[in-house]
Write a protein that binds this ligand. Structure first.
Ligand code: ZN
Length: 427
């Protein structure tokens, strides 16, 4: 394995405050591993823990980049698979990189595309993979394909053949190709190309896959350093290794030790996570991974997941939910998530949430936004997305301040108690 690259000093992470009061940690006795810190990239700093807004195709859906900034998001995460297919990484390279292309001056991330290549390709949706428990009737089916879908991704030692979900064209992704694509997209933080497994895969397959992901990680680092030298005039792009291992403690810990021995700038915790095990699995990883490198949790959704992840040591995480649910007229409040389509909002002249400081709540009523949604006007997506993104950004900012002030446990109990006091069925 190559030693560190001299340009890695252009990216850094510094821990500021550690979460105290581990004795008050969650019911399962997992010690508190959370912390606050600062990630420094060539396009600015990220104060952690931080929520990273998802802009899959170089846009946070329906929200102007200026609004994303104004609502306090610190960084945006786009997807290498989608941008590779459309418009093509050469277009982003020519534009001067992802940030310049989409007029976002701050830090950017790209997901490697591994998840999309394999999940869109084989027809699995994340919801299926996350909801089918190991040991159920569906467990152990390594070649299972979701009903009604044909298998469109084929994995071999060198990489993956997959079929575009856009037009059926056949494409090849490998660790080297993913690094080339991500370098041309030009995000500040990239992820190594890994194999996605699901909770349905057998233990034997998980072991085999984890070894392949380790070999792919070494190839990603080598190609990343080669491209860093070749593209010497470009801002330094940091590379995070991705920890797989599904729900198995020994495999997760082994993956962490393997990848921690390689010169990655940080780590992503990926793969199949059941909601109830999320904090536990992130905790295993945090215990194994080096303290001085940031940890990103790939793809979570709900407020309780956010608290569990931060408490277990995740520094950043991304989440499509705020904009995805907004397009179905769902909005977050301190009292839970509600749906604007209800008739009771027809003459509701109040904001989405009383006291919210977002642009939408400062200017528009529930009645107006409900009307837009019912009339199928696209502005409803924009206005609700701004509020929902602001809600999550503000909550994570408040968590950060609570860790710094030593009030995390009280803040968590109060926030989650209030958010889940009404049933989830209110959604
Ligand atoms: Zn608001």
């Amino acid at each position: 394995m190559p030693a560190d690259h001299p340009r890695q000093s252009e990216f850094s992470f510094r821990v500021t405050t550690r979460l105290s009061g581990a004795s008050k940690a969650s019911d399962d006795g997992v010690p508190a591993l959370g912390r606050t810190g600062t990630i420094t990239t060539p396009h600015g700093e990220i104060q952690t823990p931080a929520f990273i807004a998802v802009g899959t195709k170089a846009t946070v859906k329906a929200v102007l980049p200026e609004s994303v900034r104004a609502l306090g998001a610190q960084a945006v995460l786009a997807n290498a698979y989608h941008l590779y297919l459309q418009p093509g990484p050469e277009i982003l390279d020519e534009a001067g990189g992802l940030g310049r292309f989409m007029n976002w001056p701050g830090p950017t991330f790209t997901d490697s595309g591994g998840f999309q290549v394999m999940s869109l390709g084989s027809g699995f949706k994340k919801v299926i993979e996350m909801s089918v428990a190991a040991g159920s009737d569906h467990a152990g089916k390594d070649d299972a394909v979701a009903p009604g879908k044909e298998r469109l991704a084929h994995i071999d030692e060198d990489g993956v053949w997959f079929t575009s979900h856009l037009n059926g064209d056949r494409h090849r992704f490998s660790p080297e190709i993913s690094m080339n694509v991500q370098h041309r997209i030009g995000a500040d933080i990239m992820f190594a190309f890994d194999e996605l497994t699901t909770l349905q895969n057998s233990r034997g397959y998980q072991e085999e896959s984890l070894e392949r992901t380790r070999r792919w990680a070494e190839r990603c680092v080598a190609e990343h350093f080669r491209l860093t030298d070749e593209r010497a005039g470009k801002p330094y792009q940091a590379l995070f290794g991705v920890i797989q291992g599904a729900q198995y403690e020994d495999l997760r810990r082994k993956a962490c030790r393997d990848l921690a021995s390689m010169p990655f700038d940080g780590f992503g915790i990926g793969g199949a996570l059941e909601k109830e095990n999320l904090g536990t699995i992130v905790g295993w990883c945090s215990e194994e991974l080096p303290e001085d490198k940031p940890r990103h949790l790939l793809g979570i959704s709900e407020p309780d997941d956010i608290f569990a992840a931060i408490e277990a040591g995740a520094d950043t995480f991304d989440c499509v939910s705020p904009t995805r649910v907004a397009r179905n007229s769902a909005f977050y409040t301190a009292e839970g998530r509600f749906n604007l389509s209800g008739a009771k909002y027809r003459r509701d002249w109040g904001p989405l949430q009383d006291g919210c400081d977002c642009y939408t709540c400062q200017n528009y009523s529930r009645a107006y936004i409900r009307h837009l949604y019912k009339a199928k006007e696209l502005l409803s997506h924009t206005l609700i997305s701004i509020h929902n993104e602001r809600f999550v950004v503000r909550m994570v900012d408040d968590v950060r301040h609570a860790i710094e002030d030593g009030t995390f446990w009280e803040f968590k109990a109060e926030t989650l108690g209030r958010y889940y006091a009404r049933s989830r069925s209110a959604v």
